[in-house]
Design a binder for this molecule. Structure first.
Ligand SMILES: [Cu+2]
Length: 313
């Protein structure tokens, strides 16, 4: 237990180091309180989500555990399950949700070091509790994102940290790459995300050297792309061009997305696609803009002594 606690602190310390190194701490830090302030001050503005100058108009999803009156609360669950609820502005669990991308709730999890990504779809009980076989595959500090639209409300992504105790090896972020392999598939990424503007990213799927041209629809699309920002795990759900059956969108091998990353930095991209009646996830590290080089691990407290460049300058 002690070890787990220490390691959790270490992982969170790492996150802070990265945020500082990429200069994004000033975006993620002050933005959250500012959003809260705005909500208190401008309750009457809620019907105008595009309100220019509003703090949350530019705040990426997933950074807040509570926003616009909605709060993500993990709840007790039997071993092997993960359960949570969303409470609404009246404090009661929300029981009515709109369907988006075929589902009323999308639960995405990743460790704070961006490993272990899973995207699952919990079941809603009448009392507002969502339950799913736990996607938290092993020890670590996990970020759980609930991506949903409460009926009568705006789409929201709330995020919460969940710690799974146990020994954890810190994993460095894999180097940027344009090719990923998963389950025997090779996925190639073309396009580069540009901070603050819409960029087109194309992911091309092949298997055994042949283009895959019979991708299966998954959640109403031929691919789903989630991007998480290193340092604070800001969450971006990116939508593909076209939908299956619209007469112009081929079933592969290429799926194109319009992505807008909020800042310079390193991002981990997770592409979910369906083929052979199974969902596969291809992962990529990409750099948006020209972030300053950052260490992928921080020195341990003991090893840091006497290291040039290490210190509190
Ligand atoms: Cu989903």
């Amino acid at each position: 237990m002690n070890t787990a606690t220490k390691l959790s602190g270490f992982a969170l310390g790492l996150a802070a180091v990265f945020a500082g190194a990429y200069g994004i701490g000033h975006v993620a830090g002050p933005a959250a309180p500012a959003a809260e302030t705005r909500h208190d001050a401008t309750d009457a503005d809620h019907g105008d989500p595009g309100h220019a100058g509003g703090a949350d108009a530019h705040l990426p999803g997933g950074l807040l555990v509570s926003d616009r009156g909605y709060t993500l609360q993990p709840t007790a669950a039997p071993e092997g399950q993960f359960a949570f609820r969303i409470t609404g502005p009246d404090g009661a669990p929300v029981t009515r949700y709109d369907v988006a991308h075929d589902k009323r709730m999308h639960l995405i999890v990743a460790r704070r070091d961006l490993s272990g990504f899973r995207h699952v779809h919990p079941e809603l009980a009448e009392d507002g509790t969502w339950r799913v076989a736990s996607p938290l595959a092993g020890p670590g500090v996990w970020r759980a994102f609930a991506d949903f639209t409460p009926t009568g409300g705006e789409p929201l992504t709330l995020g919460v940290d969940v710690t799974v105790p146990g020994p954890l090896a810190a994993r460095p972020l894999p180097a940027p790459a344009t090719t990923a392999t998963v389950d025997g598939y090779t996925v190639t990424l073309t396009g580069t995300p540009e901070p603050g503007r819409t960029s087109r990213l194309t992911l091309t799927v092949s298997r055994d050297g042949r283009p895959v041209t019979d991708l299966q629809p998954y959640l109403g699309a031929y691919g789903h792309l989630v991007a998480l920002r290193q340092g604070d795990l800001a969450y971006l759900h990116v939508h593909p061009d076209g939908t299956p059956g619209d007469g112009r969108t081929p079933a592969g091998p290429a799926v194109t997305f319009a992505a807008e990353v909020p800042s310079v930095g390193a991002y981990r991209l997770y592409l979910d696609f369906r083929h052979g009646d199974a969902v596969h996830t291809a992962e990529f590290t990409v750099l948006a803009g020209d972030p300053a080089p950052a260490p992928t691990t921080a020195p341990t407290p003991d090893a840091g002594h006497g290291t040039p460049g290490h210190g509190h300058s």
